[in-house]
Ligand binder design. Structure first.
Ligand code: FAD
Ligand code: NAP
Length: 535
């Protein structure tokens, strides 16, 4: 099928209009490809379009959680806070779309339900829920790592007579919790943010906790003109220094073992990192995610912080986390632990039966019914594979991606999957993605894919596909590195452990961005090693 047969034909179709899809569209159009985005939501922004819950904001210093591809964009945009709110980040996403005139190529309100590869072309046929069909030679899935909500099947949920929300599918209108009895299930990053905010206005807030999180103080603040001027004047150096760090963050890792210094010095370094705010704590030594003994020092440091804040002894015991710090994603909070000193906040540590039932009036847990007006599920996402699994994706000979990934996702570099030709994933499983600052990582992937498509066009190659051997070697390499870290030691969403029945496979690549970037460069310089290219 070609453009003349189908007006909805493009060289490249992109699924998803978050930061990945928007930048992919920009790059492809700049390079002269016809390209369009298909997006479920009624607006762009992805994560920042859907997660409108009170308190939602980013946890990476704003200047580094922004695009770097155009210096002018950096110079024009003025962030207002160290960790900007969802509203501000969404404004930024909309600004980028307007500034580069991308809106006309984005089909909103369009959920892709299937994608099928047809060898005679070759082309991909994408079916949208409303019946429209789009086709293209290449497909880029920019469907997000954290975009498919994890909705636990609590018995009786449909009977609840109050208001029910999931943080990742928050309504557009403002939801007021003033004077209401609110329940929150989940104490990960979303739960922490929503709990801090809702507690300020609710008549009573009941938090249902399965696992206590490590929450470090964010030390968010408004930015001054001097802060902004400093970044703008030094943005090249700052961004390139961040690029060389393991995760593309602004804080430079200390190259010293926590076990090589005295306890006193260790505490001082932790304290300095704590005061710096954000995720500095985990990079204050080089072995915190590798050595159990080093990690224990950081755990104890945070536990002491919690002990110094929480007044009620029983609540304190429930809030003390017991797992490896950094094994689950570190949460950033603003007076999170102080929130539990409020009279209107009650913490329920779920027993092994979890949430037993949702009733019309509330929730039954630990054998007791808690009456609620509103229930907020901050229960996270079917991460990395969830959004793709919802689409019926068929590659060569009708092979379904769901089946190919039944025992866990298998990709080459997180970019392509064997038997799925011309089908790319941005920040897919097998890439550093969620272990990094996502904006530079997205930019890296998009640049790699667009350069690859230019190369194919110049070389008159019509099909690119990951080789099975290269894919197997990559998956094995990823598993080996992950097994050597402490990230394997808890039930995290990185491992798929939060979704019942999901295979336990460490999904992101844990070798760090600089190493990963080098590997991707080498693959290109060796003529797309590990890929088969066909005319
Ligand atoms: P998304 O922003 O998830 O966009 C994917 C888009 O694809 C969505 O709009 C979705 O509707 C669309 N889509 C999915 N399936 C289909 C389909 N079948 N058909 C059509 N459209 C579809 N990362 C950081 O680095 N720092 C942070 O501080 C940070 N904070 C976060 C806070 C929250 C609350 C969450 C949930 C995530 C956060 N992340 C953060 C991760 C965040 O997801 C990424 O930073 C980034 O926004 C991902 O962009 P994306 O374009 O890859 O995916
Ligand atoms: P999450 O980290 O997976 O946390 C989900 C929470 O819900 C956990 O406490 C989990 O407990 C609990 N839970 C899940 N299923 C449950 C069940 N059936 N019964 C009871 N409790 C249940 O999800 P998230 O908080 O939405 O965060 C996901 C990721 O998004 C983060 O790790 C981060 O990458 C990103 N994020 C970032 C920010 C930010 O600060 N910028 C904000 C939000 C999200 P267990 O721990 O026991 O599984």
């Amino acid at each position: 099928m070609k453009e003349e047969d189908n007006p909805l034909f493009s060289d490249v179709l992109i699924v998803g209009a978050g930061f990945a899809g928007i930048y992919m569209l920009y790059r492809l159009r700049e390079k002269g490809f016809s390209a369009a985005i298909i997006e479920t939501g009624s607006g762009v922004g992805g994560t920042w379009y859907w997660n409108r819950y009170p308190g939602a904001r980013c946890d990476v210093d704003n200047m580094f959680y922004s695009y770097s591809f155009d210096e002018k964009l950096d110079m024009e945009w003025n962030w207002s806070e160290r960790y900007p709110t969802q509203t501000e980040i969404l404004e930024y996403a909309n600004h980028v779309v307007e500034r580069y005139d991308l809106g006309a190529y984005i089909h909103l309100n369009s959920r892709v339900i299937s994608a099928r590869y047809l060898d005679d072309g070759p082309y991909w046929l994408l079916q949208v829920e409303d019946g429209r069909q789009f086709s293209s030679q290449f497909v880029v899935m920019a469907t997000g790592c954290l975009s498919a909500a994890n909705l636990p099947a609590f018995p009786g949920t449909e009977t609840f007579s109050g208001r029910l929300y999931h943080t990742g599918h928050w309504p557009k209108e403002k939801i007021d919790f003033t004077g209401r009895r609110v329940g929150v299930v989940g104490t990960g990053s979303s739960g922490v943010q929503v709990i801090q905010e809702v507690a300020k206005v609710a008549q009573k807030l009941t938090v249902f906790q399965r696992t206590a999180s490590y929450v470090v103080e964010a030390f968010n603040h408004r930015l001054t003109d001097e802060d902004r001027a400093y970044f703008k004047e030094n943005h090249r150096e700052l961004r390139s220094a961040a690029k060389e760090t393991f995760g593309g963050f602004s804080n430079i890792a200390n190259d010293q073992s926590a076990l090589s210094v005295s306890l006193e010095e260790c505490q001082q370094k932790f304290e300095r990192a704590w005061q710096a705010g954000g995720n500095s704590l985990l990079v204050s030594f080089n072995d915190l995610v590798f050595s159990a003994d080093a990690n224990k020092l950081a755990q104890d440091f945070v536990r002491d912080k919690i002990r110094a804040i929480v007044k009620d002894k029983e609540t304190l015991q429930k809030l003390i986390p017991h797992h490896t710090i950094g094994c689950k994603r570190l949460c950033l909070g603003t007076n999170y632990y102080e929130t539990y000193n409020r009279q209107n906040v009650c913490l329920i540590q779920l027993d092994e039966t979890g949430i037993q039932r949702v009733t019309p009036e509330g929730v039954i847990a630990n054998g007791t019914e808690f009456e609620l007006d509103d229930l907020i599920l901050a229960t996270g996402f079917d991460a990395m594979t969830g959004a793709l699994a919802k689409i019926n994706i068929e590659g060569r000979d009708g092979l379904k991606l769901r089946d190919a990934w039944a025992a866990g996702p298998r990709t080459y570099l997180g970019l392509m999957t064997h038997n799925f030709p011309n089908f790319f994933t941005v920040t897919g499983p097998g890439s550093p993605s969620v272990l990094s600052n996502m904006l530079p990582t997205i930019e890296h992937h998009v640049d790699w894919i667009s350069e690859c498509l230019c190369y194919l066009r110049e070389s008159e190659v019509t099909v690119i596909e990951a080789d099975l051997d290269a894919q197997d070697t990559w998956v094995e390499h990823g598993n080996q590195i992950a097994a050597g870290t402490l990230r394997y030691t808890c039930s995290s969403w990185y491992l798929g452990a939060n979704v019942p029945g999901k295979p336990r496979v460490f999904m992101p690549y844990i070798g760090g961005m600089p190493a990963y970037r080098k590997i991707c460069e080498n693959v290109v310089s060796r003529g797309y090693e590990g890929f088969t290219l066909r005319a």
